[in-house]
Design a protein around this ligand. Structure first.
Ligand code: CMP
Length: 137
């Protein structure tokens, strides 16, 4: 069925000039961008987004990284969008992400991995509501 998922191009993706390349991949796949914005996250917003990782060894580094520069947030719509987008992005660890996936083609490490996408419909709703007024769409 038609779903909406949340995607965020992380600061390394923005710094490396990959915004166009990444959006192009989603559009070519027939997915629709229904909301889009560039923001510089404060720590409070980053900690809310990554709440589930609080207490993990990499949490502090993760917050520092995602607040190190602007990110591009978007809501993407399409048939089975949550799963389709996750597959297009590839594994968290770029050495396990196949060529042809965004991380497989561009990511440099497990922590600086270019992009984030929601892993479930519930998370998608939660994450998009952090950045967008979802009553608008
Ligand atoms: P993301 O898909 O946005 O979800 C959580 C993020 O935490 C992940 O991408 C990575 O950027 C980061 N992350 C996950 N696991 C590790 C790890 N073992 N070491 C460092 N960063 C990690």
């Amino acid at each position: 069925s038609t779903e909406r998922t949340f995607v965020m191009i992380k600061p390394d993706g923005v710094r490396r000039g990959l915004i166009g390349e990444i959006i192009n991949r989603f559009e070519r796949r027939g997915l629709k961008i229904v909301a889009l914005k560039m923001v510089k996250m404060d720590r409070k917003t980053a900690e809310l987004l990554y709440e589930e990782h609080k207490g993990k060894s990499f949490f502090e580094d993760l917050i520092n990284y995602v607040t190190s520069g602007p990110v591009v947030c978007m809501v993407i719509e399409g048939e089975d969008a949550v799963q389709v987008v996750r597959r297009m992005i590839g594994n968290t660890d770029p050495k396990e992400a196949p060529p042809g996936t965004i991380r497989g083609d561009f990511a440099l490490s497990k922590s600086e991995n270019v992009i984030h996408a929601s892993d479930s419909l519930e998370k998608a709703k939660r994450e998009m509501s952090i950045f967008f007024d979802t009553s608008n769409f």
